[in-house]
Design a protein around this ligand. Structure first.
Ligand SMILES: [Zn+2]
Length: 468
C-alpha cells in the first residue's frame, strides 16, 4: 500500500502535521512529507470556464428579467401578456429561450425542459395557479457517472410590498434575478465543456408563496430516484451596494441535523457527534475548499445554520427530500430594497432595482458555483460503504471503504479535523487502496473520505459510519 502523508488543510497547522508525520516515521510508516497546502489540483478547463463568466452578461440577464415588470407567480402568463413582455409567463419563456440558445451553441448538448403543475389554493395562492420551473440538463458522458447529478438553482419569481399586487413594478433584481442569472451563466459557460457526471441548471417559480416550485421539483426528483449529490441555491446574491456590504464574502448556509435524518441517525449523532457533518455541511466545506483552490474573488463564509432568522429558501425543499443543499446569500442584506414597492419615502429609496446590484459580485458568486458544479461533475463517484473500525479499543484509527462503481478513482483523500474544529485540518492521500490505519485517535477527530481521479478531481467527502 502506498500511503503518502502530504498535506495540511490550514497552513497554521503545519507544525502539528510535521510532528505527527515525525511520530509516524518513528512508528515505521512508509511515507513522504511534502510541504504543500491541501488544495485540489486546478483543472485548466474549469479555470478557463470561470474566466468566461461575464459581469456584462449577468447584468444583461438581470435587466432583462426586471423588464418583465412584475414576475409574481400570480402575475400574467396568457399569450398576449407573454407577447407584450409582461408578467411571469414572459420571464419563463425568455429563460427557456436563453437555455435553448446556449444549447444550439454547443450542438444541442442541453436538454431544455419545463416542470409544470397547478398549485392548489393555499395561504398566498388565492386561486389554483399554474407554476412552471424551467431547467436545462447537461448529461454526463460516463454512463455510470451520468446518474450522479449536481444542480444549481435560483427563483425567477419576484414580489413587491404586497403578495397580491401583480400590476405595480416588482423588479426583484437582487431577489432573485441575481440567482436566476447564476443558473443561466453557469449553463452558458459550462455547456461548452464535457463532464462525466450530470449538471442541472434550474430556475423555479412560486418561491415567494411558499417554496412551491422547488418543492415540486425536489419531490419529483425523489420520486424518480434521482441521485442528486449537491444543490446550490442562489437567492439574494446581488451584493447590494450599501454601506457595510463586503463584496469579498458570500454566505453559505447549510443545515446541521438533517431534516430527513432517521431515528437511528439521530441517535448516532447524539452518541458520537455528527451534528456538524450533515451532507449539506460537507457540501458547504467542499464549496469553501474549491473556492480556495480556484482563488475566487468571493470567499464563502460558512454559516452553520439552515437559513437566516425567520427566513427560508429553496434549498430547504431539497433538504426535506433528503438531498444535500446549501444557500448562497450576499454578506449583508438591505431590507429597504427587498419585497418593496418602488418609491421614495422619508428620503429613502425603496425597491429592488438593478442600480443597487453589484454585477461584478454576482459574476464572482457565479464563479464559486461554476467551480463547484464543474469539480463535482468531473470527479469520480464518492467512496461507498465507508466504515471506521470500532470493534477494538485502540488509539489508532482504521478506515475502509469500497471503490465507486465508475472505476475512475485512483486514490482517496482521508480528511480529518478535531471534533470542535469547523473545517478540515488534515488529509492523507491513499493511493490505489481502500483501507488505511492512521495513528490518530478516532475519539478525538471527525473523519471523511473522498475519491480522487487521475486528474485530481475530488468527490464529495463521505463521513464513515462505525463498523468492523
Ligand atoms: Zn428570494
Amino acid at each position: 500500500m502506498n500511503v503518502r502523508f502530504r498535506l495540511s488543510y490550514v497552513s497554521r497547522n503545519r507544525p502539528v502535521v510535521k510532528m505527527l508525520a515525525m511520530a509516524m516515521g518513528i512508528l515505521g510508516f512508509c511515507m513522504a512529507v511534502a510541504a504543500q497546502d491541501s488544495m485540489p489540483q486546478i483543472d485548466p478547463q474549469i479555470k478557463a470556464a470561470l474566466a468566461e463568466i461575464s459581469s456584462k452578461q449577468v447584468q444583461a440577464d438581470i435587466e432583462k428579467l426586471v423588464s418583465f415588470q412584475n414576475r409574481s407567480t400570480l402575475s400574467a402568463q396568457d399569450p398576449a401578456s407573454i407577447a407584450a413582455g409582461h408578467g411571469i409567463g414572459a420571464a419563463r419563456e425568455w429563460i427557456k429561450s436563453q437555455f435553448e440558445q446556449y444549447s444550439r451553441a454547443c450542438g444541442g448538448c442541453l436538454e431544455v425542459k419545463t416542470d409544470t403543475f397547478t398549485q392548489p389554493v393555499s395561504d398566498r395562492v388565492a386561486t389554483p395557479t399554474v407554476l412552471t420551473n424551467v431547467y436545462a440538463v447537461l448529461k454526463g458522458t460516463n454512463p455510470e457517472d451520468a446518474k450522479r447529478i449536481v444542480l444549481v438553482t435560483g427563483h425567477y419569481d419576484s414580489r413587491n410590498s404586497s403578495n397580491e399586487n401583480i400590476t405595480d413594478a416588482a423588479p426583484g433584481a437582487n431577489d432573485d434575478a441575481s440567482g436566476t442569472a447564476v443558473s443561466l451563466e453557469c449553463a452558458r459557460v459550462l455547456s461548452k465543456l464535457k463532464f462525466s457526471g450530470t449538471i442541472i441548471f434550474l430556475t423555479v417559480a412560486g418561491e415567494e408563496q411558499g417554496l412551491y416550485g422547488s418543492k415540486h421539483f425536489a419531490d419529483f426528483a425523489k420520486s424518480q430516484g434521482w441521485d442528486i449529490e449537491a444543490v446550490l441555491n442562489n437567492d439574494i446574491i446581488g451584493g447590494d451596494k450599501s454601506p457595510g456590504q463586503d463584496p469579498k464574502v458570500v454566505r453559505v448556509f447549510s443545515e446541521g441535523i438533517p431534516e430527513s435524518a432517521s431515528e437511528r441517525q439521530l441517535r448516532m449523532m447524539r452518541y458520537l457527534g455528527g451534528e456538524d457533518d450533515s451532507p449539506s455541511r460537507e457540501l458547504a466545506r467542499y464549496i469553501a475548499q474549491t473556492a480556495r483552490a480556484y482563488e475566487t474573488a468571493a470567499s464563502p463564509l460558512l454559516e452553520f445554520r439552515l437559513d437566516r432568522y425567520g427566513r427560508g429558501g429553496d434549498h430547504s425543499s431539497f433538504n426535506e427530500a433528503g438531498y444535500a443543499a446549501v444557500r448562497f446569500t450576499e454578506y449583508r442584506e438591505n431590507f429597504t430594497r427587498q419585497h418593496q414597492n418602488v418609491r421614495m419615502e422619508n428620503g429613502i429609496e425603496y425597491g429592488d432595482l438593478p442600480k443597487f446590484v453589484d454585477f461584478d459580485y454576482v459574476a464572482n458568486v457565479a464563479r464559486v458555483n461554476a467551480a463547484t458544479l464543474a469539480s463535482l461533475a468531473a470527479a469520480p463517484g464518492p467512496p461507498q460503504n465507508v466504515k471506521l473500525e470500532t470493534k477494538e479499543l485502540t488509539n489508532d484509527s482504521t478506515l475502509h471503504w469500497d471503490a465507486p462503481s465508475d472505476g475512475r478513482a485512483v486514490g482517496y483523500d482521508v480528511l480529518w479535523r478535531a471534533t470542535a474544529t469547523p473545517d478540515w485540518e488534515h488529509s492523507q492521500f491513499v493511493s490505489h487502496a481502500t483501507q488505511v490505519t492512521l495513528p490518530v485517535s478516532k475519539d478525538n477527530v471527525i473523519f471523511a473520505v473522498q475519491s480522487v481521479d487521475d486528474a485530481g478531481h475530488r468527490s464529495t467527502p463521505i463521513v464513515p459510519s462505525p463498523g468492523r
